[in-house]
Ligand binder design. Structure first.
Ligand code: CMC
Length: 437
């Protein structure tokens, strides 16, 4: 009699059977552990895009895509969005529990102390042309942090791992703002001890005696701006085993330098199917331009022969409204009212959403707006340039990346990530000299 917590796989070709254990998590579907499959039946599994495969055990984030549920360490995203802040949420992701007041004060202080970047690192920016994409600069500059923190770094020491995580979170806004300042030819601004995380980022981005905003206008320190930015950071902070987090984990599994691993995550995030979607949404809305043109673009999105997709729609895991998109949609109203009343792109986005949600193609495939559909509208209202949108995502997701890195490093059962393949190339053959080919 088989163990009830097993499934039996039978190979009809030879009658051999393997009992595979079923592992239960705290929430969500159980998984079949297949690690003994090759030794028992001689097969590997094949799952392109990891559609059905759990790559690790994790206690950080839980998503129920059918119900539109997202929990960070068990806490619903809606509750965190209402009551928490980005740094408190980052602490929660990293440590597993919400901080007591003294713990949050210490964590905030740790971040503040690490927010400066080495003066030599600033010189790296000089190597980039002014029109380099900020994500390209982010990949390069964050990766180059590994040159500053390598020799003395002992990633087997939990205290040093914590410092690396804090450094990454702390320096990300400074580097991101420097990318922007470099692209517009403005001097870099240092982080300020009297500003919080989001205020500091906006100050480093926009603080100039500039003709554009008026000297000392400091519109960007308006609480609506800083609170909304903090909310966007919180909502983007983690999303379990997405492409960039899996990339960070895979790179980390080799024992690579953590700063280099996060640079790998930034590179993976950049793609339009992942974090690059927020930039693509804005470009798409600008291209659509007017509500009358929406049907043409909906038709293109449905056409199998047209590579165009409705950006900001669909998700590998959510087959329901992305809960983050609902929160962001609400936040749009407050920000636009304050900074950009009657933004035609918001009206256009809401109309596009309405049309798509009533279209059989999108209904059948359960395609809903995702987190990136409305975030760009808010960034635009805050004067963040479109090519910085994915950088904003990277700042926020650093919280999740470092939490996953720390979890992986603390796991005694961790092994190097090394997928198998289904080889479909030429069978063995002999080399032919050029004249005989
Ligand atoms: N527009 C039109 N059709 C779509 C879209 C879309 N945005 N997304 C999926 N589909 C169709 C797709 O053509 C396929 O149709 P069919 O079954 O007829 O072949 C079906 O829906 C399933 O799509 P899929 O490509 O198999 O789904 P996936 O899980 O591999 O991809 C996705 C998920 C997010 C990459 C995809 O929905 C997409 O490209 N969306 C647009 C880009 C986007 O908004 N990305 C941000 C994701 S959220 C932020 C983040 O986590 O980074």
């Amino acid at each position: 009699m088989a163990d009830p917590k097993c499934v039996i796989v039978r190979d009809p070709a030879n009658g051999r059977e393997a009992e595979l254990p079923v592992r239960e998590g705290t929430l969500g579907p159980a998984v079949i552990e297949v690690r003994d499959l090759p030794s028992r039946l001689g097969y590997f599994t094949y799952d392109p895009g990891f559609v059905s495969t759990a790559s690790c055990r994790s206690a950080i984030t839980y998503i129920d895509g059918d119900e539109g549920v997202l929990l960070y360490r068990g806490y619903p995203i809606e509750q965190l969005a209402e009551h928490s802040s980005f740094l408190e949420t980052a602490y929660l992701l990293i440590h597993g529990e919400l901080p007591r007041p003294a713990e949050l004060t210490r964590f905030t202080e740790d971040i503040r102390r690490e927010s400066l970047i080495h003066e030599t690192l600033r010189k790296f920016f000089e190597g980039f042309h002014h029109d380099a994409h900020p994500m390209a600069m982010m990949v390069g500059v964050v990766g180059s942090l590994s040159a500053f923190y390598h020799g003395e770094l002992d990633i087997d020491d939990p205290a040093q791992r914590y410092i690396s995580a804090v450094r990454l979170l702390a320096k990300m806004p400074t580097i991101a703002a420097a990318c922007y300042r470099h692209s517009v030819g403005l001097p870099f601004v240092y982080p300020r001890a009297d500003l919080d995380y989001s205020e500091n980022f906006l100050n480093m981005m926009f603080s100039v005696p500039s003709l554009q905003y008026g000297e000392d206008a400091q519109w960007y320190l308006d609480p609506v701006a800083t609170r909304t930015l903090d909310l966007l950071f919180l909502l983007h902070a983690d999303h379990e085993q997405n492409a960039s987090t899996s990339t960070v984990r895979l790179a980390s599994s080799t024992g690579a330098n953590p700063y280099a691993c996060i640079a790998a995550g930034i590179a993976a995030l950049w793609g339009p199917a992942h974090g690059g979607a927020n930039e693509a949404v804005l470009e798409m809305l600008q291209e659509i331009g007017r509500p009358e043109r929406i049907p043409r673009f909906i038709a293109r999105a449905k056409d199998r022969n047209d590579p165009f997709r409705l950006m900001g729609f669909g998700h590998r895991v959510y087959k329901n409204y992305d809960p983050r998109a609902q929160i962001i949609r609400k936040a749009c109203h407050a920000v636009l009212e304050r900074f950009s009343p009657a933004d035609p792109l918001f009206e256009l986005a809401m109309r596009l959403e309405e049309i798509a949600l009533n279209d059989a193609y999108f209904i059948e495939r359960r395609l809903y707006p995702n987190v990136d559909f409305y975030s760009g509208i808010i960034y635009r209202a805050l004067n963040i340039p479109v090519n910085m949108f994915t950088v904003m995502f990277a700042i926020a997701r650093t919280a999740g990346w470092v939490a996953h890195w720390l979890e992986l490093k603390a796991d005694p059962g961790q092994r190097i990530g090394r997928p198998r393949q289904l080889y479909v190339g030429a069978p063995r053959r002999d080399y032919l000299p050029p004249a005989a080919r």
